[in-house]
Design a protein around this ligand. Structure first.
Ligand code: SF4
Length: 212
């Protein structure tokens, strides 16, 4: 793997890492008993998110799916495997970034979260972002992008641009689950990922360098 600026993150015994890890853990604990919306009735696990507490890059999806609900981890199904490849394509590993969702419990049957559910759950996401203080936030799909940008503009119009957000930059792009259904949109997502790499001064690895 090529040396990338973002890989130089605080060590696991540094004060910054430990303080942020503790704060994120507190949110995780608080979420375990959360019953602020009706989604608490259907969940197996609350999926609070995971990754480096000092990550410069955060990925935000919509809500956990079936696999995520079972395992209590974000993006572990087929869409998650594609997200892993997207992260690897810009020279990073999953543990270099933080991954979470707008809504932390699985909507039944993978339906879209309702505006009320987003309203109840999104403050937890904002707390997480306030702790992590990333440089770049990649919003995967319309729910994440529209929630953070407070807009109803479609994702097709939002993507391809950068938006300031409390000292960070938001880069909206398509959700990996959408890419699985519409592989031709991968070209646009690759353009968005190149923007991420440029903003973080990452060296994009060759295909050979990405091989394990
Ligand atoms: S979706 Fe969010 S607000 Fe609703 S019960 Fe789960 S953690 Fe609480």
């Amino acid at each position: 793997m090529p040396k990338n600026a973002i890989v130089i993150l605080p060590d696991q015994d540094s004060p910054d890492f430990l303080i942020k890890q503790k704060k994120l853990q507190k949110i995780h604990q608080k979420l375990q008993n959360c019953a602020q919306c009706s989604l608490c009735q259907y969940r197996t696990h609350v999926v609070s998110g995971e990754g480096h507490p000092c990550a410069q890059l955060v990925f935000i999806g919509e809500a956990p799916g079936a696999q995520e609900d079972l395992q209590g981890r974000p993006f572990v199904g087929k869409a998650g495997q594609l997200l892993d490849r997207m992260i690897s394509a810009i020279g990073l590993k999953r543990e270099d970034v933080f991954i979470t969702n707008v809504v932390k419990c699985r909507p039944p049957g993978n339906r879209n979260p309702t505006p009320d559910e987003v309203q109840e759950c999104s403050p937890f996401l904002f707390e997480q972002l306030q702790i992590i203080q990333p440089k770049i936030i990649v919003c995967l799909g319309k729910f994440a992008a529209q929630t953070l940008l407070q807009t109803h503009t479609p994702i097709t119009q939002l993507r391809g641009k950068l938006y300031p957000f409390h000292g960070a930059q938001i880069i909206p792009t398509f959700h990996p689950a959408y890419l699985l259904r519409n592989p031709s949109a991968k070209r646009e997502v690759w353009e968005d990922l190149k923007q991420v790499a440029a903003q973080l001064a990452l060296k994009i690895p060759t295909f050979e360098q990405r091989k394990p």
